[in-house]
Design a protein around this ligand. Sequence first.
Ligand code: IPD
Ligand code: CA
Ligand code: CA
Ligand code: CA
Length: 270
Amino acid sequence: HEYDVQRLRSISVRVAEEAAELAEKMRNEVVAEGVVDTKSTETDVVTAADRAVERLIRDRLAELRPGDPVLGEEGGGAVDQEGLRWVVDPIDGTVNYLYGHPDYAVSIAVQFNGVSLAGAVVEPRSGRVWSAADGRGADLDGRPLEVSTARRFDLSLIGTGFSYLPERRGRQAALLTELLSEIRDIRRGGAASLALCAVAAGWTDGYYEHGLSRWDWAAGSLIAAEAGARTRLPAAGSADGLGDEAILCATPGIADELTRALLERNAAAI
Ligand code: IPD
Ligand code: CA
Ligand code: CA
Ligand code: CA
C-alpha cells in the first residue's frame, strides 16, 4: 500500500476525539432514556449514543476520506473488504457507559486487507488519547508506550473479558477459575480496546478473550503491538490450536506461557 500511516493516524485521533465529546454530552440523556435495543441477549445492549456516535464518525470520515469503506458495530457494512477500510466501535464498553462507569472508549482503526495500519482509542471521561501507526510506535497523550518487562507468568496480571452469550460465558468463567491459581490476578475492565491499551502501557502483562469482533480489537491490538506486545488475533486460523476466536496479547516475557496455559485448557473449544 502507499498510504501515509501517520496521516491516517491523525485522522483517527481527530474523529475519535470529536466522537468522545458527543458520547459524554449524551450520557445523562441516555441514562434517563435507557436501553433502546438489545442484540444477542437482553444484556447485550444498544443505546441512542452507540448509534449517534457511530453516525457522527461515519459523517466525519466521509468528509475527511471520501469514498473509504467503513465497518461499524452498529451500522455494519464493509465486511470482507479488500484494500482500505475503517473499523469503528463507537462506544466500546456500553455497559460501563450505561452505569456511569468511566471505563469506556471510542475506537477507530483503519485497516488494509484486514491488517491495522493506524488507529486511536479515546476515553471520553479522562480525555486519554491512545494511538498508533504501523511501524511508528504507540503513544498515550503523546508519550511513547512500552509493554511491561514481566517474565514470570506466575506473577503476571492478566486482563480478560466475557461474551454476552451465556453458554460461552460459562466456559470462559470455567477456564478463568483454573487460570487464576496460576497467575497474580486478573482484571476485567469492560472494554476490550482499553484492555489492549492496558497491555501497551504495562498496566497489565497480558490479555486474552474469546469471541471479540473486529471493531473491538482493530485499534487496540495495533497500539499493543507497536508498544512491543506479541499479539495473536482472531481469524488467525486454528493452526496454532487456539481456534478462530481467541485473541491473545502479552508482553514477550510471558506470551509463551499464556499461550500454553490456554492450550492446556483447550481454549479452542470456547
Ligand atoms: C464489549 C466490550 C467487553 C468485551 C465484549 C465486547 P461493547 O464491547 O469490549 O469488554 O468483553 O466482548 O463485546 O459491546 O461494549 O462495544
Ligand atoms: Ca466493543
Ligand atoms: Ca460498542
Ligand atoms: Ca455492543
